[in-house]
Design a protein around this ligand. Sequence first.
Ligand SMILES: [Zn+2]
Length: 397
Amino acid sequence: MLPPPGFRPRANQGMLDQMPTPSPIRRETIALPEASLGTQRTWTALHYGTPGQGPKAYIHTGLHADELPGLLLCDHLGRLLDAAAARGEILGEIILVPFTNPIGLGQWVNGTHLGRFEMGGAGNFNRGYPVLGPEVAQRIGHQLTDNAAANVTLIRATMKTILADLQPVKEMDHLRLTIMKHAIDADIALDLHCDTRALMHLYLGTPLWPDAKDLAADLGSHATLLAEDSGGSSLDEALGGPWWHLAKAFPDKPIPPACLATTVELRGESDVTDALAAQDAAALFRFLQRRGVLAGDPGPLPALINDASDLTASDLLVAPVPGVLVYKVGLGDRVKKGDLVAEIVNPLTHGRTPITATTDGFILVMRHTHNVRPGFQVAKVVGTEPLAHRQGYLLSD
Ligand SMILES: [Zn+2]
């Protein structure tokens, strides 16, 4: 008998049973609450090392769901960490979440995967994380001392208490809170993303530079874009921001930026190859060695490709009209203010609308689709001088 449409003979499904099982120290699976009748998703973290012993690193990927380079990186990094654990080289604690957004991963419409925004109306997956700084200041500001280490311990404990008291309703907010609870006390929190077409780059809190230079150098990052508050309460700023909020609120107390939280843009959506993933996993492994999370000699630090720049010095060029996007530059090309970056072509009128650089700099991000509408971002140009019109909300959506 031929199987009905949508079914296969059982023999063809045997591959699933033969998949190797990762061998972490501990696998933790959290069930998100049922969001629609009969559907429940899970969030899974791999734990290496011992909590409270040595520095803690939280690394996850896939928050925007349709950005796959980080998932492949975690396949490679997980293997390296499994081997390091077997050799007894985990000195601190590592939480690795190879796909942190099961909600977004399931957003398929007629065979097309839609990431970035939660289709139930919860917005951009990387916005709207709890802003803890003011609440921490109110609760324990009067208990801060001249002992920096004691302040870090007190602030972390307070942030954990605040998060423990939150009771989300929506599935997406449960996910946001689950991530925050696992990362809030980390010394290092890496949120691995990618852009459309891009060179490797980082978004970083201004107070974390130049401390994070080793991460940028090890990864071969072409740009580190600095901001204290880019608007939108993205995850990296929700994790790092409380530290510089408190340092400003209590300038006479020693409060270090104790969480190196950063958004890592692992190039573009189509940069999904074993060669790149192995290279990036090795870079993160060396970085964790440099930071004492892992034992072993990372070797000399590579030269930094470009110094950090303020996020307000990078411009987002947008399409003013609909049409066919045609680039006149490539990734990494240097441009001067006024140089032609792209044209929007109207094949009916033969009109060509030029898009020109608004600053001297280099091309960091481009689109990978060419059907554009007014307001669509066409390119990100990294300059060095802050631009007057880049104020307030600095992110791309
Ligand atoms: Zn992203």
